[in-house]
Design a protein. Structure first.
Length: 136
């Protein structure tokens, strides 16, 4: 086959930079063992990749997708959940304080800061065994 040029491929992939990136990626995949879509004719892998693009044997969108996939370090896979989570009915809904029927709300204990400190002091261990290295 006659020598393939960038002008033969530019009507398939408009951007020359993108053409070079995709052709180089395709040449690397051929080197890694991918099947070629045209006759090799003693050509090197970059020339075979350009000929595949020029002959429309490989779609540019497929090359782009494969190139992007090869560059990703983490590919998120959307897996379906094992079982669906059941919806909560209105009877099993947890009460939200201040947003539901006020008559069913439970009484909230209110205490001052001093009362809180007194209760904490009575519950603290007296020997300091749970105290950290700063307490010593």
């Amino acid at each position: 086959m006659a020598r393939v040029t960038v002008e033969d491929c530019i009507d398939k992939i408009q951007n020359r930079f993108e053409l070079v990136l995709l052709a180089a990626h395709r040449a690397r995949t051929i080197s890694a063992g991918a099947q070629i879509a045209v006759q090799r004719d003693n050509d090197k892998n970059p020339v075979v990749a350009l000929r595949e693009i020029a002959d429309k044997k490989i779609l540019p969108d497929d090359l782009k997708e494969d190139f992007i996939h090869s560059m990703q370090k983490y590919v998120e896979v959307d897996e379906p959940e094992a079982e669906a989570v059941p919806m909560l009915s209105s009877e099993t809904r947890m009460p939200v304080l201040g947003q539901d029927d006020q008559s069913t709300d439970t009484q909230i204990d209110r205490m001052s800061e001093e009362e809180l400190l007194r209760r904490m002091a009575t519950q603290a261990p007296s020997d300091g065994s749970n105290a950290g290295p700063r307490a010593r």
